[in-house]
Design a protein around this ligand. Sequence first.
Ligand code: PXG
Length: 443
Amino acid sequence: MVPDFSQPTTNDLARYWMPFTANRQFKAAPRMFVSAKDMHYTTDDGRQVLDGLSGMWCVNAGHGRAPITEAIRAQAGVLDYSTAFQMGHPLAFELAARLTSILPGDLDNVFFANSGSEAVDTALKIALAYHAARGEPGRTRFIGRERAYHGSGFGGMSVGGIEANRDQFGNILSGIDHLPHTHDPARNGFSRGQPEHGAEFADALEPLIAKHGANAIAAVIVEPMAGSTGVLVPPKGYLERLRAICDAHSILLIFDEVITGFGRLGASFAAEKFAVQPDMMTLAKGLTNGAVPMSAIAVRAGIYDTLMTGPESKVELFHGYTYSAHPLACAAAIATLEIYRDEGLFERAGALAPYWEEAIHSLKGSPHVIDIRNIGLAGAVELKPRDDAPGTRAYDAFLGCFEEEVMVRQSGDTLALAPPLIVSEAQIDQLVETLRTILNRIA
Ligand code: PXG
């Protein structure tokens, strides 16, 4: 018999294996959202919870936006699905044209997938195919970075730099090195915006090139701002230096903008914010405002053109997904881009950023706080770990905030904050004051 899920018991919850979750802990004390609108979720017991993380860094325009919902509804009634292999539908081409029109530089061609993880795997594969097409099939190595999150596919996990995400799985891609992360609280603690120190962390690329030879390296992949591991803002000059070293050795630079894309940093994309042009960009999350799974891989014209050679009957890239450019996702993405444009949300995020910075840095001096970081409408409050129980203090803070009807994200001993770009100053105050109350309350 299927239980009544409006009133579930712990036992009723057993069947669903939840991702990146302590399943048994959760099921013993479940937290359920049943609806969401604009800045708030509603729980199953009718409480309104302020969303301090835009869903999971994706609902940049706020929840349940009518134009997006309507676009999905309408599209479902017109063309629910169409194969993406050897057939097209107009929205896919329209979305690609609209998206490339707002991407920085000559990121002129896009491939569609369904998640950030797929986008990262796709970008890595395109890098290999590109080098092979230009006569350097020996460029097969990738360089990621410590504390990076690039999703949970084998490619993303391998270039990612989170040990816990690899420990259980042993067999990862070979031929991968990691740059050091850029988190340097001793020199950069409580930085506002980009930290002053650490451009030289990019120089760690040089010995890796010397060791393997540039002609063995396909690409470097980084999150311009590391999101998942606690909002690590790139030091001034760091991304510029990575770019220069990659250029000097014909190594592709991939920006994983799954979190930083679509206004989070107070500009359209991190590439624009930091004025550094990547060769490829991975996008997901805010692309559809989280309403339908979709991701995109944008490539510079030269990459696409290099692969569009040989007989015209040839399939140029042996890669794709059943749901690439899914009609519902395309409809959602087009409606989302229109909201971003019509409401000027990227500019709004930029205009609110100074208020956000002041608010979040007012937590300096609160109990347990050892660092605060911010950029655009992203922020992090790092707590001193409890002896022998890392992560538990921030977890307690997350739970405390939830009880006080504010949703934040716990990552290790850091609390990450990234409200929808429609957030009001009063809601920023509520977020920060709730956090202050909880920091004063927890042990
Ligand atoms: N790249 C980056 C930079 C991400 O942040 C992915 C790839 C993978 O995307 P998918 O759609 O496959 O999940 C992500 C995902 C967190 C958190 O706690 C962040 C993500 C996912 C779950 C939790 O900050 N980002």
